[in-house]
Design a protein around this ligand. Structure first.
Ligand SMILES: [Zn+2]
Length: 218
C-alpha cells in the first residue's frame, strides 16, 4: 500500500492510500517505476502526475485512480493515452496470416486508447484467424470445414501439435471471457490473453520452421 498527499479542489491537502503505481510508461512502453510528482483529489477520483524515469523518454503522464466505496483505498485505472507502437511479427507469421497481424494490431491500438472491452474482443478475433489460418495451411483440403467450425472445436479436433493445442485452447477460454457477459476466469485478464496468444504463435512458428528446414535440407 502506498500513500500520497493529494491536493484538493479547495486548496487543502489530504493523505490518501492507493494500491500500486502504473507499471508501464504509455509513451516508451518500458516497464518502469515512474517518478511521482503531484496528486490531485476530487471526490472519489485521484489523479497523479508521473514522469518516466527512462532518460530516452522522460515524458510526463497522468494516471487515474478511483475507489468503489468511500474511505477505501484507491485503485489504478488507466494512464494518459501515449504513443501506439505496432507489434512486429516474424515473416513466418506474416506469410501464415496477415489477417491475424492486422486484427491483433487493431486490438492493440484499441488497448492503447484504453478501449479495453473492444481490445479484448479484437484479441479473441485475432486468435481465431491465427488458429484457422494455421489449420488451413496444414490441411488445405479441409478449408471449408475449418472456416465454418467453432474455434474451440477446431482446436480440439484438428490441432495435432500438443503445445499449439494446449496453449490455443487456454487462449480461447480467456478470449471467450472477453466476449461473454459473465467472466469465468476472474483472476486472468487481457494481459494473460495476449501472453497466451504470443506463446501460441511461438509454438506455431517453431513447428512451421522445423518443417520448412526438414523439407529444404534432406
Ligand atoms: Zn517512457
Amino acid at each position: 500500500m502506498l500513500s500520497i498527499k493529494a491536493l484538493q479542489f479547495d486548496g487543502s491537502s489530504k493523505l490518501v492510500n492507493y494500491y500500486t503505481a502504473p507499471h508501464e510508461c504509455p509513451f516508451c512502453h518500458n516497464s518502469v517505476t515512474p517518478k511521482t510528482f503531484q496528486a490531485f483529489l476530487k471526490g472519489n477520483a485521484l489523479e497523479i502526475v508521473y514522469g518516466c524515469p527512462n532518460s530516452n523518454c522522460g515524458r510526463i503522464f497522468l494516471a487515474q485512480f478511483n475507489r468503489g466505496t468511500s474511505g477505501a483505498s484507491f485503485a489504478y485505472q488507466s494512464s494518459s493515452i501515449g504513443t501506439f507502437v505496432e507489434v512486429e511479427f516474424s515473416d513466418t507469421l506474416k506469410n501464415l496470416s496477415s489477417n491475424f497481424i492486422e486484427i491483433f494490431n487493431q486490438a492493440s491500438k484499441a488497448e492503447s486508447l484504453n478501449l479495453h472491452h473492444i481490445a479484448g474482443i479484437g484479441f479473441r478475433k485475432a486468435l481465431e484467424f491465427l488458429i484457422k489460418d494455421y489449420l488451413i495451411a496444414k490441411n488445405p483440403e479441409k478449408e471449408i470445414n475449418i472456416k465454418k467450425k467453432f474455434l474451440g472445436k477446431c482446436i480440439k479436433d484438428d490441432i495435432e501439435n500438443i503445445n499449439v493445442r494446449e496453449m490455443g485452447e487456454r487462449a480461447t477460454w480467456l478470449g471467450n471471457d472477453e466476449t461473454h457477459y459473465v467472466r469465468k476466469w476472474e483472476d486472468k485478464d487481457i494481459k494473460d490473453l495476449k501472453l497466451l496468444i504470443k506463446v501460441t504463435t511461438h509454438w506455431i512458428e517453431m513447428e512451421l520452421l522445423t518443417e520448412q528446414y526438414k523439407k529444404d535440407m534432406i
